[in-house]
Each structure stands twice: as structure tokens, then as C-alpha cells.
Write a protein that binds this ligand. Structure first.
Ligand SMILES: NC(=O)c1ccc[n+]([C@@H]2O[C@H](COP(=O)([O-])OP(=O)(O)OC[C@H]3O[C@@H](n4cnc5c(N)ncnc54)[C@H](OP(=O)(O)O)[C@@H]3O)[C@@H](O)[C@H]2O)c1
Length: 245
């Protein structure tokens, strides 16, 4: 891949930023979407849209920007990476502010559904390589007390990936669909998970221990593995862990 176009959500930091760096280093074009902008993404092939993904009423603006970029250049591969995620609420459900629950599900589940719908529609007739990626988590399979909204959003995204994978499977120029579990990565999301008190977040000890035991991976290394997964063919809609790469 070198004339590829990648729409990546959550590129201001963490895994999304590291993945955008990797994708750009390979010669591709990236449109990154997040509220803040990374200082490290300086390439002329990097485009940024400052956007709050909780504002689903304006979501078509993202695809307008995609069109602005891809309609003026020839691309041999297009890829949507649904990476952005909220952290809060990290509390038992009766203590979760309703607004936090709703915002979290918008960013983690509804926006990926909306973007996937629009992205597949835009490129449905294009006879090029096409992929939709969901950055998921082992939390989709493991119930974490105090992180019910995060776990449920990830479980939902895995099922969504499976359904879309089956829809695309027998199309002549269908999209490849994959959900990727990055493992535990040293980002601000992990920092937020372990910064809680045990009264606030029942599972905080697990995240503190993992950090203290040096189990967190470096985002650049994880981005390399994600890129390897993107370069290879995957079983449609499957969940792939970077640990398998
Ligand atoms: N780190 C881990 O250990 C780990 C483990 C499993 C799965 N994951 C998954 O990996 C993905 C990336 O996580 P990360 O660890 O890199 O997290 P991170 O460092 O906290 O980065 C999250 C990204 O999402 C963006 N974002 C959050 N809220 C947003 C909003 N309202 N509008 C637009 N963008 C928003 C942030 O940008 P702004 O704040 O600038 O808007 C940021 O770029 C997530 O899906 C996460 O669930 C991470």
C-alpha cells in the first residue's frame, strides 16, 4: 500500500496517532479526526478535521472532507479505521452520569456505525482495495466491573464487524472487515483507567498492576502490528489480536 487513503478517528494521541504516523511513513494519505491535533503529524499527506465525535448531527462533514481529498487524487486502497474511544464513565452503572453514558456510546458504537455506512456507500462501486477496521478490545469478551459501557460498546462493535463482514463477503469488490484487539498499550486511556480510586472504579487494581509489571506495550510497536494486519487478508469480520502477529 502506498497510494492508499485512510480515514482514522482519534489521531491526536495514543494508538491513532501512532497508526497515522506509520500509515504516512508508508506513503499513504490520512484524514485524521479528533478534537485536538497531534504535533507529530506534519506530513503534507496528513489532513486533519477537528471534530467532536459526540456531535453526530454534523457527522456528514467528515465524509464531505473525505470527498474533498479523494475526489482529487487517484487511490488504490481506501480504509476506515474506527479507533477513537472515550474512557468515562468508569463507575458502577447507578453512579454513571447519563450524559457520559450517551457520549461514550456515540463515540464508541454509533459513530463507527454511521461512518461505516457512509464510507461503504461512497466507495461501493470502486474497483480498488477496501477495508473497514474497528479498534476493539479484550474488554469485549471480559466483563470489567465499573467499565460496563466500555465493555458493552466493544462487544457491540465486534458483532457489528461480524455482520458487516458477512454482508461484504460475496460482493465482487466488497470491503474487508476486521476488528483488532491492540492489547494493553501505554496511552492516556490506560493512564485514566489506573488513576481512579478503588471506591470510584472497582477494577483499578488490575490496571495499576499491569502498568507496574511493565505489561503495557509502546503505541508505535502496536501500530506496526496493526499495519501488518491491515496489509494482510483477514477472515471477514473476524476479531484479531495484535498478540497473534
Ligand atoms: N490503550 C489500551 O490499552 C487499549 C486497549 C484496548 C483497546 N484500546 C482501544 O484503542 C483505541 C485507541 O485508544 P488509545 O489507548 O489510543 O486512547 P487515547 O490515547 O485516549 O486516545 C483516544 C483518541 O480518541 C479521540 N477521542 C476521544 N473522544 C473524542 C471525541 N469526543 N471526539 C473526537 N475524538 C475523540 C481522542 O482525541 P481528542 O481527545 O483530541 O478528541 C484521541 O485521539 C480505542 O478504541 C481503545 O478502546 C486501547
Amino acid at each position: 500500500m502506498k497510494d492508499g487513503f485512510f480515514l482514522i478517528t482519534g489521531t491526536s494521541k495514543g494508538i491513532g496517532e501512532a497508526l497515522a504516523q506509520k500509515v504516512l511513513a508508508k506513503g499513504n494519505t490520512v484524514l485524521g479526526v479528533s478534537r485536538n491535533q497531534s504535533d507529530t503529524l506534519k506530513s503534507t499527506k496528513y489532513h486533519h478535521l477537528s471534530f467532536d465525535l459526540t456531535d453526530t448531527s454534523r457527522i456528514t462533514q467528515i465524509m464531505e472532507k473525505v470527498s474533498e481529498i479523494v475526489d482529487n487524487q487517484s487511490v488504490d486502497f481506501v480504509c476506515l479505521v474506527n479507533n477513537a474511544s472515550a474512557v468515562e464513565p468508569l463507575k458502577s452503572i447507578e453512579k454513571c452520569p447519563l450524559t457520559e453514558i450517551e457520549s461514550h456510546v456515540r463515540i464508541g458504537l454509533i459513530v463507527p456505525m454511521l461512518l461505516t455506512s457512509m464510507f461503504i456507500q461512497k466507495f461501493s462501486d470502486a474497483e480498488i482495495g477496501k477495508k473497514v477496521v474497528f479498534i476493539s478490545s479484550g474488554a469485549a469478551f471480559t466483563a470489567v466491573p465499573g467499565a460496563s459501557i466500555y465493555c458493552s460498546s466493544k462487544a457491540g462493535i465486534n458483532m457489528f464487524a461480524q455482520c458487516i463482514g458477512l454482508e461484504q463477503k460475496n460482493k465482487e469488490y466488497g470491503f474487508e472487515v476486521v476488528a483488532i484487539g491492540p492489547g494493553m498499550v501505554d496511552t492516556s486511556l490506560q493512564e485514566a483507567f489506573r488513576s481512579k480510586t478503588s471506591e470510584e472504579f472497582a477494577s483499578v487494581g488490575y490496571f495499576k498492576q499491569a502498568f507496574e509489571a511493565g505489561k503495557l506495550q509502546e503505541p508505535g510497536r502496536v501500530a506496526e502490528k496493526i499495519y501488518t494486519i491491515l496489509e494482510n487478508k483477514c477472515e471477514q469480520g473476524k476479531y484479531v489480536s495484535v498478540g497473534e502477529v
